[in-house]
Design a protein around this ligand. Structure first.
Ligand SMILES: Cc1cc2nc3c(=O)[nH]c(=O)nc-3n(C[C@H](O)[C@H](O)[C@H](O)COP(=O)(O)OP(=O)(O)OC[C@H]3O[C@@H](n4cnc5c(N)ncnc54)[C@H](O)[C@@H]3O)c2cc1C
Length: 256
């Protein structure tokens, strides 16, 4: 089902840290049901008023009952700065849901799973944990942050263990999230975060013979597979993150 462009309304926006925001917006399209790992192109500015392009943000949470979607994002540049100015009742354009996402339905119920998130890369993993729990699968969660963790409470009820690492050592394990991970304890590892972290997760998984799925967040322009701006080099050749991804087999992207 192709993505749809929808004029939506901001329901709420909360600051979780100085630079991280949780934004909820209305989403009531019964023909376009989003799932974990998919993303929407967000826009709250007219042509000529702000950045030319909309900004891709992952689905963090979807509540069909409340007819709303939630986005967890970090303020980086002009697009996200404008999103951060939105208040309840403001208009926002959502185009999506886009991309393949994680296929939680295809994961065997008895599989031992770990989610590994780095910084704002934890955003898509919350909806994934919810979808896995709905199938009776309780993953473990490993999350790395530079200094200050955020949005961890929401994972606690959904994961077997939640382990947090910080580069600064201010919270949890002092070091990289990859240092805490023992892939041999799992059948499948699903990860999203900075590329060096995902490469590290993949390398440990490959050494242990464990399958690893990675969600890529390349810089993206059109979001519909037309411009090839988000091309990712894979073993099978160039693939667009927006159309063929953002979720890939780790071996396709980081394999030898
Ligand atoms: C499929 C997908 C899902 C994403 N999901 C989320 C999400 O859930 N939450 C979230 O906070 N961000 C997410 N991102 C990243 C987000 O789209 C960018 O941070 C955002 O577009 C930056 O826009 P801006 O105008 O604020 O900053 P810009 O002015 O465009 O850029 C500011 C800085 O951010 C860097 N940057 C821009 N785009 C990216 C990117 N894609 N990845 C890494 N660095 C980037 C630039 O190099 C620059 O240093 C996702 C990206 C993709 C492709």
């Amino acid at each position: 089902m192709p993505a749809v462009c929808c004029d939506s309304v901001v329901l709420d926006q909360i600051a979780l840290t100085e630079s991280v925001r949780l934004l909820s917006a209305s989403w009531n399209d019964p023909e376009h049901l989003p799932h974990a790992g998919q993303f929407f192109m967000l826009r709250c500015w007219g042509m000529g008023e702000g950045p030319f392009l909309s900004r891709p943000i992952s689905l963090h949470y979807w509540d069909p009952g409340k007819k709303m979607v939630e986005f967890l994002y970090e303020i980086k540049g002009e697009g996200t700065r404008r999103l951060a100015q939105l208040e309840a009742g403001d208009a926002i354009q959502l185009t999506g849901p886009s991309g393949n996402g994680f296929d939680a339905q295809a994961i065997p119920q008895r599989a031992r799973l770990a989610l590994v998130g780095g910084g704002i890369g934890t955003a898509p993993l919350y909806q994934l944990a919810r979808e896995l729990n709905a199938r009776g699968i309780r993953p473990d969660g490993y999350f790395g942050f530079r200094d200050e963790p955020f949005a961890m409470e929401s994972f606690r009820g959904l994961c077997g263990v939640v382990r947090v690492a910080t580069d600064s050592g201010r919270f949890g394990f002092h070091g990289l999230v990859t240092e805490m991970l023992e892939p041999e304890n799992y059948d499948l590892i699903l990860t999203c975060g900075p590329v060096p972290m995902m490469r590290g997760v993949y390398s440990k998984c490959a050494a242990a013979g464990v399958r690893c799925l990675v969600s890529m967040e390349n810089k993206m322009a059109c979001g519909i597979g037309a411009c090839l701006g988000c091309t990712c080099h894979t073993k099978e050749g160039p693939r667009s993150v927006c159309k063929n991804g953002p979720v890939f087999e780790g071996s396709e992207v980081f394999g030898e």
